[in-house]
Design a protein. Structure first.
Length: 410
């Protein structure tokens, strides 16, 4: 009898331990976004009928004020008509066109399977954790997401004119006037000023480039693709990063050294983006004649020689003001705007991060509310005569018995 009681007690104890372990495991598997029951409750899936029966205004008002909705994989498949229209793709995801049951157009970013659970979760959390908690006219809106074993996806507002790089290189951008392009530059700068200085927690984007700026139907630019972004405490003077972030040609030099990184790395990238807007071309164009391959250096040479108008001349005659001003007036205005954009860009791409202006000053300078001091040559280190190299080359030339070598400084 006693033996049976002891045996029953042991069985009950083991069962309790087993149940406890199971609940803990389930919590862990659910992933970071729904670690606690309260978190999963606040991210309850929203039903189609809830969306359909709300008026668009109420719906928009609600999502404007609320955090992103959670959707199921079946809903996402319905929204995108089974992923039938592909809008674009990047390294981590493919973006599809879709519509919510109330007709609101959306773009659905579906993370690639097999990316590796960690990399995928990091990207996912970076986007939801940053853009999911911000609201600004110049930042793309995140309406919702799907976080499921079968599907990780983000549901964004649909941006009619797509990415800025495609716009600049395509016909529409080539025809755009100086004022329209300056408007785009100011919008991007305002979105970035909000990220750095105005939202509750500072956000560093780390991947500012024309491919990550989207344009809506009215050509309002919106900063997108927050997959590398990080929230930063305002008290922190520097951000530590565990790997190189960003895109070659846009990432600030300190990013490659992985030290001394602040939000000024975004300012550098913005400067490079601004130069692509001014040039309406990629900063690096292998197909161009050698002296024109790297647009930032070409732009500096023109600026220094007082030939900024040659850059402006490549733009269409319109200044975007509807053609009311005279042609000569347009030209003066265009020149002034192009010069302003170039000077701001040169300040932004200065080598020492502390020499670059904060985004608040960038906005004011672009808007013409702040005088712009003449910038120092940001490419000095690239243009300096290669003294050491020349010396070595001379030495090798004079010693005829030694095979000639030369050292090139990139
Ligand atoms: N909200 C959107 N509206 C319209 N097109 C979009 C939208 N989001 C992304 N795209 C298109 O998809 C491309 C890749 O999106 P992006 O967010 O940059 O993904 P990745 O992280 O994979 O680079 C963009 O360059 C753009 O052409
Ligand atoms: Mg991208």
């Amino acid at each position: 009898m006693r033996g049976t009681v002891i045996l029953a007690a042991i069985v009950a104890f083991l069962a309790a331990v087993f149940l406890f372990a199971c609940t803990r495991r389930r919590g862990a598997c659910a992933g970071a976004v729904m670690r606690s029951t309260s978190a999963s409750r606040s991210y309850a899936v929203v039903s189609d009928s809830q969306i359909r029966h709300a008026t668009v205004e109420r719906f928009l008002w609600e999502i404007w004020n609320e955090k992103p909705f959670r959707f199921t994989p079946r809903q996402v498949a319905r929204f995108t008509r089974n992923y039938s229209t592909r809008l674009g793709a990047g390294g981590f995801a493919t973006v599809f066109r879709g519509a919510l049951p109330n007709g609101l157009a959306v773009a659905v970013k579906v993370f690639h399977a097999g990316l590796g659970a960690r990399a995928e979760q990091e990207q996912f959390m970076a986007e939801v954790g940053t853009i999911g908690r911000t609201h600004h006219i110049n930042l793309v809106r995140l309406f919702g997401f799907c976080f499921d074993d079968a599907l990780r996806a983000l549901v964004y507002e649909y941006m009619e004119h797509g990415a800025l790089d495609a716009y600049l290189l395509g016909g529409r951008g080539q025809d755009a006037g100086v004022a329209a392009l300056r408007g785009i530059a100011v919008g991007v700068a305002r979105g970035m000023r909000y990220l750095h200085d105005e939202c509750q927690q500072k956000i560093v984007h780390y991947d500012i480039k024309p491919g990550n700026v989207l344009l809506d139907g009215e050509l309002t630019p919106k900063v997108a693709d927050f997959g590398l972004a990080r929230l930063v405490n305002r008290a922190d003077t520097h951000v530590s990063v565990s790997c190189v972030r960003g895109t070659p040609g846009f990432a600030a030099p300190e990013m490659w050294m992985m030290s001394g990184i602040t939000e000024k790395c975004d300012v550098y990238s913005f400067g490079m983006l601004l130069l692509e807007i001014v040039g309406r071309r990629r900063n690096f164009d292998e197909a161009a004649p050698e002296s024109q391959q790297w647009f930032p250096k070409l732009a500096w040479a023109k600026y220094e020689a007082g030939e900024i108008m040659e850059l402006a001349a490549a733009w269409s005659g319109s200044n975007g003001s509807g053609g009311s001003a005279s042609a000569a007036g347009d030209e003066v205005q265009s020149k002034e705007m192009v010069e302003r954009m170039c000077k701001v860009a040169f300040w932004c791409v200065q080598q020492p991060p502390e020499a670059r202006p904060p985004m608040g000053a960038v906005v004011k300078m672009l808007e013409g509310e702040m005088e712009i001091a003449p910038p120092a040559n940001p490419f000095q280190h690239l243009m300096a005569p290669p003294v050491v190299a020349a010396q070595w080359t001379r030495m090798t030339r004079s010693a005829s018995s030694v095979p000639e070598i030369s050292i090139e400084i990139a």
